[in-house]
Design a protein around this ligand. Structure first.
Ligand code: HEM
Ligand SMILES: *[C@@H]1O[C@H](CO)[C@@H](O)[C@H](O)[C@H]1NC(C)=O
Length: 501
């Protein structure tokens, strides 16, 4: 018994040594970016990074300049903060930077999905076929029907729907976008009432997972939360199981195509269920929160609301909705809304904060826009955080923290695409969808879902904040780097269907 103490001690020292040694000996080599190993062996800077990535990176940039390497949990990350130098990293003509393998490791951890060879390519080609171009038209139609179903119920406008109702704006937007998005991608059954109930149940569980998600990814859950996540995952696998698919009608071509590919590749049904969960997550985690910010900004900026309402009135002339009717909506209207497009782009600029990661799988030299050369070491990760380096750059977007609904409009009302930094035209002037090989393949569908929802809200509903003076809530700092940021608390609002007379 007495011996165990020292043995355990030695074991711990050996393990700690093994983990920390590479870090202790690592030195900045010639031409490498400034190296900041942080105060703790192995952990490095991981604590402030996880607490508030935005503030941490701001601090590091002030200390080291636009390119620097930091240690985070035994892994070295090189951040590039100068958007004029993103081009070579995103294009990666020499193929020395890898996204797929890095993503597959993450997906295995978070969704238990073990990706097969060519999955990434398969998802890209399914998305090009069915989430863009002509394929998108069918999906938009399905989404409109599902929004009608979710917002009005299975029988259309009910009597008394013009009574004011109060809700949390965040919950309201997330719930509607989630349920309608889920039903349009994963299909419905004959029984609409039942579908709505199932979608609601799925949303309730999804939110539980969603709230734990950032700390789950960083492995920071308490044991009880860890168990809860495991149970939630199993529940999703069951609810989204391919076993139920024969009963489902109108499963989108996107999901259908991908599942067929997996089936034909010999992927087990249990693994297909995990794939479904992953796709549910990718497709539903951002549109709801983004729509929340969009409506909130409109409610806080009457001149923007006015401009969007005028545009909506122009493109959707008829908006009278009799009892038992569904929304009347010409989908071609989605092509003619430069003002709303600018509002959504501005919302994404202020609310979407993904991190882009690439693993360096061969030593790599970055030539920056200012003709400096940096050596990136094999095995490290290159990371971009465009929220700080692009979205909030006052040179590219003057007064960057302010919501300006017409920021992405030219004076003549057309879409603005010319933005500059240091006198040079900048290609990636916002990056809510990531960029390069990992750019979001659902971005066109996401854009039209959010536009459909906002157009329906401003055209058919009256809405107002319960307290018009309520400030825009701060961002939840835990979520930097994970796509659209959620607010740290919600805002109450009131809505009703516009009365028919
Ligand atoms: C406002 C809404 C959305 C935002 C801000 C968003 C953002 C992103 C970002 C930043 C990535 C890249 C992640 C990375 O580099 O690792 C991504 C990936 C992805 N997104 Fe979206 N997304 C949205 C909506 C959607 C929708 C509606 C769908 C599908 C219908 C979708 C499907 C996907 C898929 C499948 C991937 C993974 C792609 C791959 O493995 O290459 N997204 N999204
Ligand atoms: C509107 O203005 C932009 C630049 O300000 C210009 O590039 C574009 O051609 C103009 N469009 C029309 C229809 O005049």
């Amino acid at each position: 018994m007495v011996l165990w103490g020292p043995v355990l001690g030695v074991l711990l020292v050996v393990i700690a040594g093994y983990l920390c040694l590479p870090g202790l000996f690592r030195q900045q080599r010639p031409h490498e970016p400034p190296l900041d190993k942080g105060p703790w062996p192995w952990l490095g800077h991981v604590i402030p990074f996880r607490k508030n990535m935005f503030e941490f990176l701001k601090h590091m940039r002030a200390k080291h300049g636009d390119v620097f390497t930091v240690q985070l949990g035994g892994q070295y990350f090189t951040f590039v903060m100068d958007p004029l130098s993103f081009g070579p990293i995103l294009k990666d003509v020499e193929r020395k930077l890898d996204f797929v393998q890095y993503a597959e490791e993450l997906v295995l951890k978070v969704f238990g999905y073990s990706a097969g060879q060519g999955d990434h390519q398969m998802i890209r080609s399914a998305s090009t076929k069915y989430l863009m171009g002509d394929g998108l038209k069918d999906l938009n139609k399905a989404m409109l029907n599902c929004l009608s179903l979710v917002m009005l119920g299975p029988t259309g406008r009910s009597r008394g729907a013009d009574r004011w109702q109060e809700d949390s704006l965040f919950h309201f937007c997330y719930r509607i976008l989630f349920k309608a998005g889920f039903l349009s991608l994963f299909g419905c059954t004959e029984d609409k009432e039942q579908d709505l109930l199932q979608a609601e149940e799925l949303f309730v569980q999804f939110r539980k997972f969603d709230l734990l998600f950032p700390r789950f990814v960083y492995s920071l859950l308490w044991p009880r939360e860890w168990l809860a996540v495991g149970q939630l995952q199993q529940l999703f696998h069951k609810m989204l199981s391919v076993e139920h698919f024969p009963e489902r009608d109108g499963v989108s071509s996107w999901i259908h195509y991908m599942l067929r590919h997996l089936r034909e590749g010999g992927v087990t049904p249990a693994m297909q269920d995990k794939f479904n969960f992953m796709m549910l997550w990718a497709s539903q985690g951002n549109t709801g929160p983004t729509s929340f910010w969009a409506l909130l900004f409109l409610l806080k900026h009457p001149e923007a609301m006015q401009a969007v309402r005028e545009e909506a009135t122009q493109v959707l002339r008829e908006a009278r909705l009799e009892a038992n009717q569904y929304f009347v909506f010409e989908l071609s209207a989605l092509q003619c809304t430069p003002v709303l497009d600018s509002v959504i782009q501005e919302t994404l600029r202020l609310g979407a904060a993904p991190t882009l990661y690439r693993r360096v799988h061969e030593d790599y030299t970055l030539k920056t826009a200012s003709e400096k050369e940096y050596l990136f070491r094999h095995g490290d990760v290159v990371a971009l955080f465009p929220y700080l380096s692009v979205h909030m750059d006052p040179e590219i977007h003057p007064d960057p923290t302010a919501f300006k609904y017409n920021r992405f409009l030219n004076p003549n009302g057309s879409r603005k695409v010319d933005f500059y930094k240091a006198g040079k035209k900048i290609h990636h002037y916002t990056m809510p969808w990531g960029a390069g090989v990992s750019v979001c393949p659902g971005r066109f569908f996401a854009f039209s879902e959010m536009k459909l929802f906002v157009l329906l809200m401003v055209r058919y509903f009256d809405l107002e904040l319960v307290d018009p003076d309520t400030p825009v809530p701060p961002m939840d700092p835990q979520r930097w780097g994970f796509g659209t940021i959620q607010p740290s608390h919600s805002v109450r609002f009131r809505y009703r269907l516009q009365p028919t007379e």
